[in-house]
Design a protein around this ligand. Structure first.
Ligand code: PPS
Length: 570
């Protein structure tokens, strides 16, 4: 057997300074202007510095950027599919000039690298969206980023790496390209097929990756993205625990798992080429490309942004230049009568093919329904169930709104007691008066301060909801826009029940338990809700209660019934 030859001896461009030089640069950086990197920029910088983005030596300058946008080429002629750019604010751009060096720092202010500014320019972001992603529709996550969230100025230049960003999770699974190449060398692996993913893997994935590796006579690298993926994806903590379980389903010594700190753009065909280049840099020889690889989903008219095989076609066109082979992904299906997975195109007409769509799988998870053994492995389902508990174990918020004296606090208290009696989760009551004493003691009743008050309540309730508890909020919350904000904050994390206590002003005023209405009428309190400050009536509250007809006990009971109807209480 000849000497071991690296599958990909291609030179890596690691951008780290030597230890001594890095120490020097840390001292120099004290006099540089500092840019605090966003999480996405930290991912890009990480892969630039560790060589995963070889042959790039920094964030793209203007000429390279234009070439990449137009023809997927750097000005040297090298194929590069997506712009790796550093976007900064106009304010910061005003403080630096071409020829300066700037310090790049993480969220905590740690110096990760410095950048020699070669270019500073205002890109046409709409044109970038069109040229790179072929659309201006901002339902495309990358276009949404460019049009709605990117800073307006790009700064390009060489990067001098000082230290890699620190991650506290799954440290042993995070590798640089040279570390992974070293591992392959140690294992004596000569051919490696990489599998890119941003989703949990089930049995079909195990079958297809194992088959792909067998067909290429190669070993397998499961290489999931843990940087940024598509909004709404399952969190990477859950996914990595799932990957660790699935690893045990492969024959020993055949498969490795490593995590990739890539910030995905969901850029379809062009991103597929980037994925391939990165895997080549990590020492892989083959790369699995599926249907709609790195697909951004559907556009605003419900049509896919890219054709299902566009990514494979673009890869084929550039396969030689990419210097990594494509393994087209085969659609695997479960054939019940044969009790095995097979490629869909190898099944016979008489076969009974079972199928569970992603949507149906998520529905079953959500509702705590059975998931068949043929679809996934029990331990993976268990992990996913932990992350997606059925509704009766998810957190939720009941958000009361209504005039002063409408009965919010009394009903909220009754509801709290009933929920404590039910006992499924911890309950927190954020009553208007109590919040004003504790969280918001410095605030007045100006519009601005009321909004701030409600946002604080919303934030606390969102944390409680996220962590599986019950938050009952009972402020006046007179403004629709602020209530909307709270709904948007909490909705994605659990249940949200806006409950309008619609007791009419006359009744509230008649009760006037605190004597505040009398004072407001006498002009002794200014800006009192319902008297000389507006109450915007909710138009789409989940629950509406009028306490002129309903006792607090019955009102709380009605809310409980609604919670039961939606599955949050059993
Ligand atoms: S807001 O608008 O949601 O921030 O109001 P909130 O914090 O819920 O109000 C709490 C209690 O403050 C008393 N109060 C007033 N309410 C309305 N307008 C003015 N100007 C005002 N000044 C004091 C009022 O009693 C509110 O309590 P509830 O429980 O609603 O009666």
């Amino acid at each position: 057997m000849g000497a071991y030859k690296e599958p990909h001896g291609g030179q890596l461009k690691e951008l780290f300074l030597s230890e001594g030089k890095a120490d020097e640069e840390k001292l120099n950086a004290k006099s540089y202007k500092s840019w605090d990197l966003t999480p996405r920029q930290v991912c890009d910088l990480d892969l630039l510095m560790n060589g995963a983005f070889s042959p790039l030596e920094g964030f793209l300058g203007k000429d390279d950027y234009e070439g990449v946008c137009d023809d997927m080429r750097l000005k040297s002629g090298v194929l590069w599919p997506l712009p790796i750019t550093l976007d900064i604010t106009r304010e910061f751009a005003g403080e630096v000039s071409e020829g300066d060096t700037i310090a790049l720092r993480d969220l905590e202010g740690v110096l990760l690298a410095t950048l020699e500014v070669s270019d500073l320019w205002e890109p046409d972001l709409a044109s970038e969206a069109e040229r790179v992603y072929g659309t201006s529709d901002d339902t495309h996550p990358a276009v949404d980023f460019l049009m709605n969230r990117s800073n307006p100025v790009y700064v390009g230049g060489r990067v001098r790496g000082v230290e890699p960003p620190t991650y506290y999770d799954f440290k042993l699974l995070r590798d640089t390209p040279s570390e992974l190449r070293g591992r392959f060398r140690k294992l004596g692996w000569r051919k490696i097929v990489a599998f890119q993913t941003r989703n949990p893997l089930h049995r079909a994935h195990q079958e297809l990756t194992f088959r792909a590796a067998k067909e290429a006579d190669a070993n397998l690298l499961i290489h999931p993205v843990v940087g940024l993926t598509k909004p709404g994806d399952i969190d990477h903590f859950t996914r990595v625990r799932c990957y660790e379980h699935i690893l045990e389903e492969y024959p020993e010594q055949t498969t490795q798992l490593s995590l990739l700190n890539l910030a995905m753009r969901m850029g379809g065909p062009r991103e597929t080429l980037l994925h391939a280049i990165v895997r080549k840099n990590y020492g892989c020889t083959h790369f699995i490309v599926g249907r709609d690889h790195a697909g951004p989903g559907n556009d605003k008219d419900g049509n896919p942004f890219y054709g299902p095989y566009e990514a494979q076609e673009l890869f084929s066109e550039h396969e030689d230049e990419l210097d990594i082979a494509m393994v087209p992904f085969k659609m695997m299906v479960y054939v019940e009568n044969k009790a095995e997975y097979m490629p869909a195109d190898e099944t016979e007409g008489t076969d009974k093919v079972l199928n569970l769509s992603g949507t149906e799988f998520r529905r079953r998870l959500r509702e705590g329904l059975e998931i068949p053994e043929w679809f996934s492995y029990p331990r993976i389902v268990e992990e996913l169930r932990k992350a997606h508990p059925p509704k009766h174990r998810q957190g939720f918020t009941v958000f009361f709104t209504g005039l002063s004296g409408s009965g919010k606090s009394t009903i909220a208290n009754a509801l709290m007691v009933k929920l404590l009696e039910e006992g499924s989760r911890p309950v927190t009551l954020l009553d208007g008066d109590v919040v004003r004493k504790n969280l918001s003691s410095e605030l007045t009743f100006s519009k601005e301060h009321r909004d701030l008050n409600i946002q604080r309540i919303g934030y606390v309730a969102s944390e409680i909801t996220k962590n599986g508890g019950i938050a009952i909020c009972a402020p006046i919350a007179p403004y629709a826009a602020t209530r909307r904000l709270v709904r948007d904050m909490i909705g994605p994390l659990g249940g949200f029940f806006e409950t309008h206590v619609a007791t009419p002003l006359e009744v509230c005023e008649q009760r006037d338990r605190k004597g505040l209405y009398a004072m407001a009428r006498a002009g002794k309190i200014k800006g009192f809700t319902g008297i000389d400050d507006p109450y915007e009536v909710p138009e789409s509250a989940e629950i509406v209660i009028d306490t002129t007809e309903l006792s607090p006990d019955l009102a709380a009971h009605r809310i409980l019934l609604t919670l039961e109807k939606y599955g949050y209480v059993r």
